[in-house]
Design a protein around this ligand. Structure first.
Ligand code: MN
Ligand code: MN
Length: 292
């Protein structure tokens, strides 16, 4: 049952990702793309495991359109589209990089890094080995993996369930086991291969119930816990509160340690970054749930 839900969620995420990729053209609005993808997840019978991430060029992750966002895609942009869907809390997490001008070595490199890692998602493989394969693949292309972005284990209603899969060789001797679920997500760049927080958070997640004085603050915290199932949500998903008031409430909820902000992550040398991601069930023949 659990496996079936993972497979269903993976298929929905994969289909929504492909649907969204079709809209990535010069002049397209990121807000329209995000809406199309998020509506697709719902139409296919899934729920959103996190807001659609659309991170462009040196912006590596955690970007999602703002309320009324007018940003459009340029021909030579590296557009990373990252989609998460869940069924009963079982998550499929998948991403790809699209460039309107066409695929280049950077994008092909991230796809190869992922492909090579997925092949070894079998019982007994160590995390050290997976990271080494990802790093070696990037080096062969002459790129650097992004060292402080990682893959992660998944669990019901839990996007980062404790284990991380680094995109570089580490000394982790942990052996992955039959039935464990991981999202593998290598990132590569011609830059230094490191990201840092940059700009304002548009994505948040429930952390703790706290006494909140402002009624709208209590409403947002309840949405975060119940409607969004303690999974990440976007500021633009909250309607009926003015933007100024919403910003104030979110600040207070962060200060109260009631919610967690995800800051956009930018490559430190401002070089474009490509990402590829699939969700996989560890098995002698690895089951890639998000692959169509
Ligand atoms: Mn993802
Ligand atoms: Mn992920």
């Amino acid at each position: 049952m659990e496996t079936e839900s993972y497979k269903k969620a993976g298929k929905i995420a994969g289909q929504a990702l492909q649907h969204g990729a079709g809209f990535i053209k010069e002049g397209a609005k990121v807000l329209d793309i995000a809406n199309a993808v998020e509506n697709k997840v719902i139409a296919l019978g899934g729920r959103l495991a996190f807001p659609v991430n659309i991170s462009i060029n040196e912006m590596s992750a955690h970007c999602t359109p703002l309320i009324g966002d007018t940003l459009t895609i340029k021909a030579d942009d590296y557009v990373k589209l990252d989609v998460g869907a869940h069924v009963n809390g079982y998550i499929g997490d998948t991403a790809m990089t699209v460039r309107p001008l066409g695929k280049d070595d950077l994008i092909i490199c991230s796809e190869k890094m992922l492909e090579n890692a997925l092949k070894v998602m079998k019982p007994g493989t160590t995390i050290e080995e997976i990271g080494e394969i990802i790093e070696e693949t990037a080096k062969k292309f002459g790129f650097n993996p992004v060292r402080n972005l990682t893959g992660h284990s998944l669990n019901q209603y839990d996007l980062h369930a404790g284990m991380t899969i680094p995109n570089i060789r580490t000394s982790s001797r942990y052996q992955i086991r039959e039935g464990e679920i991981y999202a593998i997500e290598p990132f590569c760049t011609a830059g230094a291969g490191q990201v840092k927080d940059s700009g304002n958070a548009e994505i948040f997640r429930w952390l703790n119930d706290r006494p909140i004085r402002i009624p709208e603050g209590r409403v947002v915290l309840e949405l975060a816990r119940n409607d969004f199932s303690r999974l990440p949500f976007a500021k633009r998903w909250i309607t009926g509160i003015t933007k100024i008031k919403l910003d104030m409430i979110l600040r207070q909820l962060i200060q109260a340690n009631a919610i967690h902000p995800y800051f956009p992550l930018k490559e430190v040398t401002n070089k474009p970054v490509a990402q590829s991601e699939h969700t996989v069930i560890v098995s002698e023949k690895p089951i890639i749930t998000t692959k169509l």
